[in-house]
Write a protein that binds this ligand. Structure first.
Ligand code: C2E
Ligand code: CA
Ligand code: CA
Length: 561
């Protein structure tokens, strides 16, 4: 072959290649001039798999080296069939080796293109790498959640200050049900386009999932951003015209300003999600800023949460449990304990759970911590059982733990592993579990109770739907919140309320535990209301397990007054 011919062939290869290389970002293209066995492969593929060049002679042989030994034979046979003219194309799946030694599952589809004389001229096609997640949302054309995380990581790496907004359409599920998915999709496209028009050249717009979008801006101030959200909201409140229908939309949004770069993307995402949830659940869609509205000091909070979150993967460093005694209301003997989570390190000292659990509970990593809490509580209480054989340990749950498939199996496995009697474990849930699907919640509770585990409703009286929950779900214990009895010594109304609560609980066959008993005066009053157990500083603050064990050595009435 002459230099000239090769140049011509190369030019033609390039022009054909360019024509069909307009594809999605997780698909690579290859084109081979079969006469010379000379190929051009997508740059992205060459980089991802560390191939010698975009232009290769005998590319098939080079690629073969990357294919998993078990898949190599099939690949070779396929390629031979194409080059010998036996097959007009191929469609196979194999594993191809990445530079880090891992294998990516790839699908390769190719076709032979013949010249005017019927001879095989080109072999071209696409390789799809299934391990590479697309960063584009197909419905809106915006970057998706993977794109969001990739960009966020790069802003953090480059220490670029940004404001991030998470914006969602309220009740999109209902809209889908009423108007159909097609209309729902058009709304998403419309909102996506609106956001993109407003943020172009000023950062990025992303579709995260379902009805949620994100925007990242590098140039706007916080106030500009907030102002823009209000306009955006007003615009959609007036209605959006889809298929000749005016559909009124409500939005909700959270925002976070990032100027501390000692954090990871997941922590930022959890905090942003938290602000968004507040907007959705408590603020009727008003913009909730993570910084000012929630914690005061954003800088410290983000860095702190980053540490606290990272500790989960560092063998739970800094996490520990304290135990607060629960005593029988009439005998004041110890009948159980509540396990309460703490985290501490040298820099931040002891951080109470209210400071971090609400931010982390929607984080996918939270259930890992949740399992650790349950297992640790069971192990510690086994020790306690040596002195108080029937002590019940109360463990707090987050609604996100219960939502995870196989949650009850997790509980059975932990109980078996620690050899712990199910009826000595009481799982406390709060009214926040109303965020879950009621059927799912009932299923979990019924399954757990059928296996002997007790279920307690925590913080009764603080949520709006506690009454509905008591009516619909079977609880073994109802824990009356501290705020209900705080002024019981002076406030007649609190006495009436307490009376109503205990009657109600009694009707549903549940025990009542009153939390936050701080004085003998409180105890004396509350005692008369048919209460089953007490918990509060009057008996003991939460203490380490060692201290608790030391105390119960002298008998189970060690906390009696
Ligand atoms: P909670 O479940 O209602 O726990 C009772 C809280 O009231 C504890 O605060 C306890 O120290 C405090 N307390 C108990 N007796 C008294 C009293 O007489 N007076 C006063 N003023 N306070 C009293 P803590 O330990 O800070 O926990 C706060 C909340 O954090 C808990 O409220 C619970 O919702 C959550 N939490 C704690 N540990 C865990 C956990 O392991 N998992 C989950 N998901 N949440 C947890
Ligand atoms: Ca509790
Ligand atoms: Ca409580």
């Amino acid at each position: 072959m002459t230099e000239n011919n090769i140049e011509k062939a190369k030019k033609r290869l390039d022009s054909v290649f360019d024509a069909f290389s307009i594809v999605a970002d997780d698909t690579y293209v290859f084109l081979c001039d079969m006469k010379y066995d000379y190929s051009r492969w997508s740059k992205a593929l060459v980089e991802t798999f560390n191939l010698p060049s975009e232009y290769m002679y005998e590319a098939g042989k080079i690629w073969e080296e990357h294919i998993h030994p078990d898949d190599r034979q099939a690949y070779k046979e396929g390629i031979d069939a194409v080059f010998s003219g036996k097959q007009a194309g191929h469609d196979i799946q194999y594993r191809a080796k990445l530079p880090n030694g891992e294998y990516a599952i790839c699908t390769c589809r190719g076709l032979v293109i013949k010249d005017n004389d019927g001879n095989s001229e080109y072999f071209g096609g696409a390789i799809r790498n299934h391990s590479q997640k697309s960063q584009i949302d197909t419905l809106t054309g915006l970057r998706n959640q993977y794109g969001f995380f990739a960009d966020l990581a790069s802003y953090i790496r480059n220490k670029t200050p940004i404001h991030i907004g998470m914006i969602g359409i309220a009740r999109l599920t209902e809209i889908n049900e009423v108007y159909g998915y097609d209309v729902g999709n058009k709304i998403l496209q419309n909102v996506g386009r609106y956001l993109m028009d407003k943020v172009t050249n000023r950062g990025g717009t992303y579709r995260l999932d379902g009805s949620r979008f994100a925007v990242i801006t590098t140039v706007q101030t916080e106030d500009e951003f907030a102002g823009q959200y209000e306009k955006f909201r007003a615009n959609y409140r007036k209605g959006v015209c889809i298929d000749d229908m005016d559909i009124l939309l409500e939005l909700q949004a959270g925002m976070l300003s990032l100027n501390d770069f000692n954090v990871d993307t997941e922590t930022v995402y959890s905090c942003l999600t938290y602000a968004y949830q507040q907007s959705k659940l408590k603020q009727h869609g008003d913009l909730v800023k993570f910084r000012n509205d929630l914690m005061g000091n954003n800088r410290q909070t983000l860095a702190k949460l980053h540490e606290i979150r990272a500790s989960i993967t560092q063998d739970f460093a800094g996490y520990y449990l304290l135990y607060q005694p629960i005593v029988d209301a009439s005998t004041e003997k110890l009948i159980g304990v509540e396990a309460l989570l703490r985290w501490k390190n040298d820099e931040y000292g002891v951080v109470p759970p209210d400071m971090f659990i609400p931010f982390l509970e929607t984080d996918p990593i939270f259930p890992v911590l949740g399992d650790w809490i349950i297992e640790t509580a069971l192990r510690d209480t086994k020790e306690l059982n040596k002195y108080v054989p029937d002590a019940v340990v109360h463990v707090n749950l987050s609604y996100s733990q219960m939502e995870k498939a196989g949650f009850s199996d997790t509980i059975w496995n932990l109980l078996e592993k620690v050899e712990f009697a199910p009826n000595q474990l009481s799982l406390e849930i709060t009214e926040r579990c109303r965020l879950l699907d009621m059927d799912l919640l009932r299923n979990v509770i019924v399954t757990l109770r059928a296996g002997g585990v007790r279920i307690a409703l925590d913080d009764f009286g603080t949520g709006f739907s506690s009454l509905g929950l008591v009516k619909n779900l079977p609880f073994d214990t109802i824990k009356i919140d501290r705020s209900f009895v705080q002024h019981i010594e002076t406030d007649e109304r609190e006495k009436k309320l307490l009376n109503n609560c205990t009657n109600l609980a009694g009707n549903f066959g549940a025990d009542v535990c009153v939390e936050g008993v701080e004085t003998s005066g409180m105890r004396d009053i509350i005692k008369d209301y048919g209460i089953h157990s007490f918990q509060g500083y009057y008996y003991s603050k939460p203490i380490p397990i060692e201290e608790l064990l030391e105390k119960v050595k002298s008998g189970r009435d060690c906390f009696a007054k």
